[in-house]
Design a binder for this molecule. Sequence first.
Ligand SMILES: [Zn+2]
Length: 282
Amino acid sequence: MRRSVLGVLLLAALLGALPQPALCAAAQPEPGPEAALDLAVLRAAYPGAVQGLERDASGRLALVLAGGRRLPYDDGRPRDAAQALESPDIRTMLAQIYPLGPVDEAAAHPPPGFDPGRARSQALFMALYGGTRAAVRGRCAAVGFAGRGVLFNARFGAAQALARVWTRLEGLLPGHPQWRDVLRPLGGTLAWRRIAGTKRLSMHSFGLAIDLNPRLSYWRTEPRPEEAPARRAAFPPEILAAFEAEGFLWGGKWASFDLMHFEYRPEMLLKARVLQGQATLP
Ligand SMILES: [Zn+2]
């Protein structure tokens, strides 16, 4: 009797002492399919910049950049929508899938908090494109767009992609005189600045975003937000398609809408295309 009680106590002590994360890590040494896809799209979008995924001592996955820098891929922290925007890990950054294509009924009415691409790992973009105003400026090239010369980051094909967007649109302009009010006056591209109401750097800081006419609707200043679905649906589909084809996402598809804003996020567009069967990865 005494021996069996001791045995139970010993077993309970052993079970209690076993480190559960280590058990999980041992049972799942390889990244799951979501992590594998995220790694593949990051590698494809940012060639040479990403080494891989590694587990740390606690079993959490980290994204390892070229040069050895590690960023949390999945730090295990639960996040509400505000925390996801403020300090996402890489998994959170890529979790919402960008809705490709023309604005249909669903895209015109994104549910609250559906802002694919708006949660960004600032550390990742600083590592990829430049960590200071001067470093970013040194990597920017002039691109012709809507009759202006604008500065855009030349790393990872961003400036070339913006130039191709304009090439796609320029030939269509004569048939679409109404685009004038969408494209002009052009809001601009490179500007080292915080996102309004936050301490986070805007993607304009990295020379990776372009604002079309600033009079287009923005959630912070729109007096009639109930009209956002109609404004989304009225946006020229050819302009949207030209940007998406070149790896840009549109802030007009966010619940926190920003209809003037396009940003170069090839990893987000590629992930969406792979999940829709429109693209394959090596
Ligand atoms: Zn913008």
